[in-house]
Write a protein that binds this ligand. Structure first.
Ligand code: FES
Length: 210
């Protein structure tokens, strides 16, 4: 029997007065519950701290480049040349070029990169794009599926789970479906021909929390 439960029994046996024992039991149970609650809180605090400090889980950092995470170029660095203009989009994870740390320790770091004609972009979108390449979180803000669909004629991104549709030419605003907000945008630039992070995500990534 665990030590804490033993202590409860010892306490009951040592005090024949029922009211006194009940009071002590409640008091000890309260302490145990508080301790358990504190333990759970510390556990989650520890996970949150790890997400903030583990370089593989850190959100994309300025200067990071990208590796394709799927498709024919999987594992290669994303450049202006191997991302075809007009789509389709590519899935990628950020990579710290100094330490070679791939930030694939969190699914929330998955990014969609789409190379579009600069003239097709709205002004605010062009301002954060890299020579026509736009970057967005790949995680649907509705319930968190990967936004893996592509409609070539309209150049829209589509989430296959509930068909939310986003316009990458206009800061990934929602043009259909139940998604409550746009895909978070990731500012980009081109450095040495490579697609590179130029700023932080425009909003919290992941599914909307109620
Ligand atoms: S999870 Fe994307 S539309 Fe529901």
């Amino acid at each position: 029997m665990p030590r804490a439960e033993n202590q409860l029994e010892e306490s009951t046996n040592a005090h024949p007065c029922a009211e006194c024992c009940t009071s002590r039991l409640v008091s000890r149970r309260t302490v145990l519950k508080s301790a358990l609650g504190l333990g759970v809180s510390l556990h989650f605090a520890s996970i949150a701290e790890s997400a903030e400090t583990d370089p593989k889980k850190l959100r994309p950092q300025i200067g990071d480049i990208f590796l394709f995470s799927a498709g024919a170029h999987q594992g290669q660095v994303v450049t202006l040349n191997n991302l075809p203009e007009g789509g389709p989009p590519a899935f990628a994870y950020p990579l710290d070029p100094k330490t070679q740390t791939l930030r694939d320790g969190s699914r929330l770091n998955r990014v969609l990169l789409v190379h579009l004609a600069q003239a097709a972009l709205t002004d605010p979108t062009r301002a954060v794009a890299a020579e026509g390449v736009v970057g967005y979180s790949a995680i649907c803000p509705h319930t968190g599926c990967d936004v893996s669909g592509w409609q070539a004629d309209t150049q829209h991104l589509i989430c296959p789970c509930h068909t939310s549709t986003f316009d990458p030419k206009d800061r990934a605003r929602v043009v259909g479906g139940p998604a409550p907000r746009s895909l978070p945008l990731l500012p980009l630039q081109i450095a040495d021909g490579k697609v590179t992070v130029a700023g932080a995500f425009s909003a919290r990534v992941g599914a909307e929390q109620k």
